[in-house]
Design a protein around this ligand. Structure first.
Ligand code: ADE
Length: 356
């Protein structure tokens, strides 16, 4: 591939198939085991794409099965305002000559909750912001759990902050490890947000997500990680035998909320529905009502029925999905309209400093 002509930075990505828009890959926004995320700028919209944003994030995988996992979950959850939006998928050929599998995402220009915690320099965020963020995370998680799924990889870096008129709306992202409840783990990851039953018995069900919520809330309140990780040491023995330290100086509400998430017995942990009624997130003096973002336009995509690039979840598991059959001849966009920031008012009220 050495003889391949290098692409100019502003030259549109060459889509493997006829695409509904031309786009340019911008700077890398993040990377991990899942693949890499870049800024994507749409260069030329074609008819039918008027409702889509000109700036998106594009997550790029080298395996089509990983693209399939992520995009099928994002499609399934796309009506939830507290889950990162997705606009569709396409395939391109990279500079290295290899196939790149892309999923277009709502751009989270506020970074992540992980960035906010880091920026706090070990002080944590103020409790009223934590309370609002927690409510939004729980609403996103309720949407996932009510439909019978488990996220399996909740952590501060997977909670993205999307700008609205009055602050940033937290949205759950990264469904690379997600699974249907009661099904065996599709892929085993490692995370310091894993629950005791996950590290001891590889059991990861909805209560395991609740444990992770407890760890995230603790991190937001204290500015610290749930466990002190010394030089990449294996944390599993610690997670299996101890509880994260909940400081006594936290409010009674916060401590009670954390106690209900961080119970070693998964059967005793509160459910997401129960936590949504906890005074830590419902106190009216500090919590703006979190309303769903209203859709303001509806753009229909004539290809969707014919060429939908997403796999029906019922007939698929990521272990089997080495490839997902015939690739659609058109890069499909989901008709998920752009939501102008004014439409987010009810969903936000997050006057969050330092998120930009
Ligand atoms: N990192 C991962 N996903 C992202 C997104 N949707 N926007 C910005 N940065 C990201």
């Amino acid at each position: 591939m050495g003889s391949m002509k290098r692409k100019r930075p502003d030259e549109p990505e060459k889509s493997f198939f006829r695409s509904k828009f031309e786009w340019v890959r911008g700077p890398m926004l993040g990377s991990g085991g899942f693949g890499s995320v870049y800024l994507a700028t749409v260069k030329k919209s074609k008819l039918g794409c008027e409702g889509f944003p000109t700036v998106m994030a594009v997550k790029t995988f080298s395996k089509s099965s990983e693209l399939a996992t992520e995009s099928s979950y994002l499609t399934l959850f796309r009506d939830c305002p507290f889950i990162i939006g997705s606009y569709g998928t396409n395939l391109t050929i990279g500079d290295d000559g290899y196939l790149k599998c892309n999923v277009f995402l709502e751009y989270a220009d506020g970074g992540t909750i992980g960035d906010l915690i880091e920026k706090s320099g070990g002080s944590g965020l103020c409790e009223s912001d934590v309370s609002k963020y927690t409510k939004a995370i729980l609403k996103g998680l309720e949407y996932i759990h009510e439909r019978g799924y488990v996220h399996c990889d909740l952590k501060p870096d997977n909670i993205l902050l999307v700008r609205s008129d009055s602050g940033f709306v937290p949205k759950i992202g990264d469904f690379g490890l997600a699974k249907m409840a009661m099904q065996k783990l599709s892929r085993q990851g490692t995370s310091m947000y894993f629950s005791p039953e996950t590290v001891t018995h590889k059991i990861q069900e909805q209560p395991s997500d609740i444990w992770a919520v407890g760890c995230i809330v603790l991190g937001m309140l204290t500015g610290r990680q749930p466990w002190e990780a010394k030089g990449g040491a294996d944390l599993r023995p610690l997670i299996a035998s101890k509880l994260p330290n909940v400081p006594g100086w936290l409010s009674e509400d916060a401590k009670d909320f954390l106690r209900k998430c961080l119970l070693r017995d998964p059967f005793k942990r509160s459910t997401v529905a129960e936590l949504l009624t906890h005074s830590f997130v419902t106190k009216p003096d500090r919590v703006g009502e979190v309303e769903p973002v209203k859709e303001v336009a509806s753009v229909s995509s004539p290809e969707q029925g014919d060429y939908g690039s997403f796999i029906p979840l019922g007939s698929w598991s990521s272990e089997e999905a080495v490839d997902f059959g015939p690739i659609p001849p058109v890069a499909v966009l989901n008709p998920r309209p752009v939501i102008p920031s004014t439409a987010c008012q009810g969903a936000s009220n997050f006057a969050v400093m330092g998120a930009a």
